[in-house]
Write a protein that binds this ligand. Structure first.
Ligand SMILES: [Zn+2]
Length: 160
């Protein structure tokens, strides 16, 4: 996609996306649990600077942004097509309850937390993340690749 359209799309979705992420984060920080000791080590290993700030909230289904936003994401990026099993929103992490003890999913999401920190907050992260997803596709975005690579050592072989 031409960078003009990438910029335009990101600009159009950023305010709603930022507001949504902040709202989800507030809910998770209120209701979630802190990281256990070993989970803090995992967090540090993937670059999280303040693991003590992180909260995890298991939910039956990970929420997705408002309809408009989701429709745009689905149409344009092919994102969230199956519904996510985990989601990092700054220092908040949603995990689908059935996946709540899956270490590779948690490490994947902790890597996104580190990216939020590195970029300097919600809006800066989202601007970069959305740009990557629109430009390169969700799967090939740098941030998703980094998270997949960090989580790879924690994934169990299927059925094992
Ligand atoms: Zn991810």
């Amino acid at each position: 996609m031409k960078s003009f359209w990438v910029d335009l799309l990101v600009k159009a979705t950023l305010p709603l996306g930022t507001r949504w992420v902040r709202k989800q984060e507030a809910a998770i920080l209120r209701e979630g649990r802190p990281l256990r000791e070993w989970e803090r080590l995992w967090a540090r290993n993937v670059g999280v600077r303040r693991p003590e700030e992180v909260r995890i909230l298991p939910v039956p289904r990970v929420p997705t942004p408002g309809q408009t936003f989701t429709v745009i994401l689905n149409r344009v990026f092919g994102l969230l097509s199956e519904g996510p099993t985990g989601m990092a929103v700054n220092y908040g992490i949603y995990l689908e309850a059935s996946q709540a003890t899956n270490p590779s999913l948690l490490v994947h999401e902790l890597t996104h937390v580190a990216q939020f920190e590195r970029l300097g907050g919600v809006e800066a992260f989202l601007r970069e993340y959305l740009t990557q997803c629109v430009r390169d596709g969700y799967w090939d975005s740098d941030f998703e690749q980094e998270a997949r690579e960090a989580a790879a050592p924690f994934s169990r072989p299927p059925g094992g």
